[in-house]
Design a protein around this ligand. Structure first.
Ligand SMILES: NC(=O)c1ccc[n+]([C@@H]2O[C@H](COP(=O)([O-])OP(=O)(O)OC[C@H]3O[C@@H](n4cnc5c(N)ncnc54)[C@H](O)[C@@H]3O)[C@@H](O)[C@H]2O)c1
Length: 266
């Protein structure tokens, strides 16, 4: 049985990586998907692939940091499908940098895409979900929202903020039948992180830091994203669901082979 049959979903950053994987996974579960991305080519490609799966799909070139683009995204969705059931706030761009050197624009870029963009998109679709008296929001946070990612600019702050936005959405919108939950992926190999994982030394170092002993992939996220958008999670809201191979249990410390003794870690 398809768990998202005839639901209408918007996925931001759906052109590639985790967003694309979620968009395709939702389509396989019977959803019709609006693919939003700043990159027209990848957005179009994901949308075409969804149509080839037998579902309806449109794409919308969107910069989630711009309010007018978000309004267009919502209007196009309503014009095409008449409703919106699911929003996945996934679009993000990391601008790395040490705190003492981080340019103001780098701070703004990450904040505006990851946090303001998620707020704007949620607000815009929630106005329709409130009228429908139903809806699901899935915010793609990160393990970086739970633990500080050093030298990654404001990334951890954005992702921590997204967790609090999720909780706020859950309590403010529960009376309208809207659920909001966050996923905190760990190390996931995507086009966005490929530059890093292509280096075998970095790959091996990261792999060893995951209790399950492997770096994740898109499929490690899609199951959770389907669960949180479906009726299987009908009593779940305001939750932060990990998809990290166990990393959050003992971040930095749970390296196989390491042992604790006398207050130090070997
Ligand atoms: N890959 C990981 O290890 C990992 C871990 C934890 C969390 N995440 C989160 O998962 C999400 C997806 O990550 P990914 O690795 O698939 O990224 P990615 O870079 O591969 O894909 C991001 C997508 O977002 C789009 N995008 C960027 N700026 C945009 C904007 N202003 N408006 C609309 N679209 C925009 C890009 O064009 C791209 O298609 C992000 O929120 C990321 O922070 C990723």
């Amino acid at each position: 049985m398809q768990r998202l049959k005839d639901r209408v979903a918007i996925v931001t950053g759906g052109g590639r990586g985790i967003g694309r994987d979620i968009a395709l996974a939702y389509a396989k579960e019977g959803a019709h998907v609006v693919v939003s991305d700043i990159d027209p080519d990848t957005a179009k490609k994901t949308s075409e692939d969804i149509v080839n799966l037998g579902q309806k799909s449109i794409y919308c070139v969107t910069n989630v940091a711009i309010s007018a683009d978000i309004q267009t995204l919502t209007q196009k969705t309503i014009a095409e499908f008449g409703r919106v059931d699911i929003l996945v706030n996934n679009a993000m761009k990391i601008v790395p940098g040490k705190l003492e050197e981080l340019p103001e624009e780098a701070w703004d870029t990450t904040m505006n895409i990851g946090l303001k963009g998620s707020f704007l998109a949620s607000q815009s679709v929630a106005r329709h979900m409130i009228k429908q008296k139903s809806g699901c929001i899935v915010n793609i946070s990160s393990i970086a929202g739970l633990f500080p990612y050093n030298w990654a600019g404001s990334y951890s702050i954005v992702k921590a903020g997204l967790i609090m936005l999720t909780k706020l959405q859950a309590v403010e919108w529960a009376p309208y039948g809207i659920r909001a939950n966050a996923i905190t992926p760990g190390y996931i190999r995507t086009p966005g992180t490929e530059g890093m994982y292509a280096d075998p030394v970095i790959y091996e170092g990261r792999r060893k830091g995951v209790p399950m002993g492997r770096v994740g992939n898109g499929e490690d996220i899609t199951g959770v994203a389907i669960f949180l958008a479906s009726d299987d999670s009908q009593y779940t809201t305001g939750s932060v669901v990990g998809a990290d191979g166990g990393q959050a249990v003992g971040y930095f410390l749970s390296v196989p082979g390491r042992r604790f003794s006398g207050g130090s870690v070997e």
